[in-house]
Design a protein around this ligand. Structure first.
Ligand code: ACO
Length: 326
């Protein structure tokens, strides 16, 4: 027994922010952003929240799968930008959609979060603990980035993507995930300090790096991605006993077009096999893979029997890949 995706859904905030709009308050340009990243637009949550986007994406995935909320055994939500620390996003979704039978909790593996949640749910299903799962990646990173820092804020966008998966004869063939905590400071966000009666007044040096904003060493993340993702893909292909040429679609985390092009080149695979939507949405962290999956599914670009490799990487640093038959 393995696990198959039988429904997908996604949700995006209605407000679109163009590169030209960023030019109006940042020392940047549409040309620089497009050349270095491939990004043209991103959606920014103004009235929406992480929870509302996640709920919408989940309901669409259930509808696509032809399932009711009470059918769901497990909800795993991947996010680094929940609206509240607790209760977790997955429990909020459970309550909102009425999935009363489901176990629900969150996973934080940053941009690899959807993939980690997906693999974890598949492992539960394989061992017989659950029969199905609703997996969602949801982010509102616009509330965590410093909108005066041109090197980071231009990269990100908000959104949510979900998939309903269940036990099946054919589906996931191999999975891999890993972490390198020693490189954690390449991409991080600390909570800003909160004073309480037992804590002495903090100094500027205590607070260094604890601005509450996302902090990133872009070049280090870039180097990590272009070496670790091809390695992860090669490993899952070996475990699946697939040749690279058999793969129909490589659905990768949508961080930067140059990263994806470089991975395609390292693998020696044609770029056409690496669909991209980051020009329209920027980097949506854990939401990027499921939103792309949903777009391809709804556009009829995924045919039963297609061989797919999904791969993500993110803060942690974390990485993972999954080979599956659609
Ligand atoms: N507009 C104009 N100039 C800029 C901007 C901007 N938005 N941002 C940086 N610059 C300038 C820098 O100040 C620098 O100027 P200098 O040469 O005068 O010092 C110059 O551009 C080059 O800066 P670099 O940081 O070297 O640019 P690089 O080519 O590395 O591109 C980028 C930066 C796009 C962030 C790249 O490193 C990258 O994509 N890294 C991957 C990180 C990533 O995708 N992170 C996303 C989150 S992680 C994840 O999803 C897991």
């Amino acid at each position: 027994m393995t696990t198959r995706i039988i429904g997908t859904g996604s949700a995006l905030p209605s407000r679109v922010v163009t590169n030209l709009e960023l030019e109006s308050f940042l020392d940047t340009s549409d040309t620089w952003i497009q050349e270095r990243t491939g990004i043209q637009n991103r959606h920014v949550a103004v009235t929406e929240t992480t929870t509302s986007l996640a709920i919408q994406a989940c309901l669409k995935a259930l509808e696509d799968a032809g399932k009711q909320p009470e059918d769901v055994d497990l909800i795993l939500a991947a996010t680094v930008s929940p609206d509240c620390t607790f209760p977790c996003l997955a429990c909020e979704i459970q309550a909102a959609i009425g999935a009363d039978q489901a176990t629900a909790y969150d996973i934080n593996a940053a941009c690899a979060g959807f993939l980690f949640a997906f693999n974890s749910a598949a492992a539960y299903i394989a061992c017989g603990m659950y029969r199905n799962a609703l997996i969602v990646g949801a982010e509102v990173l616009s509330k965590l980035v410093d909108w005066t820092d041109r090197s980071s804020c231009i990269l990100f966008g908000d959104g949510a993507g979900a998939a309903f998966i269940e036990e099946a004869e054919e589906g996931i063939v191999s999975m891999l995930q890993g972490a390198n905590g020693k490189k954690g400071m390449a991409l991080y966000r600390y909570e800003p300090p909160i004073l309480h009666p037992f804590l002495k007044q903090t100094t500027a040096s205590d607070d260094a790096g604890r601005s509450g904003y996302l902090e990133m060493n872009g070049q280090e993340v870039f180097r990590f991605a272009v070496s670790q993702v091809p390695d992860s893909i090669i490993h899952v292909l070996e475990r699946a006993n697939w040749e690279k040429s058999e793969v129909d679609h490589y659905i990768l985390h949508q961080a930067n077009a140059r990263i994806i092009q470089s991975i395609a080149k390292r693998l020696g695979e044609p770029e056409e096999k690496f669909p991209m939507n980051l020009h329209a949405y920027g980097n949506m962290s854990s939401a990027s893979i499921p939103v792309l999956l949903d777009e391809m599914n709804r556009a009829g670009r995924l045919k039963r029997g297609d061989k797919i490799v999904m791969s993500g990487f993110g803060a942690g640093l974390t990485y993972g890949a999954t080979a599956l038959i659609w």
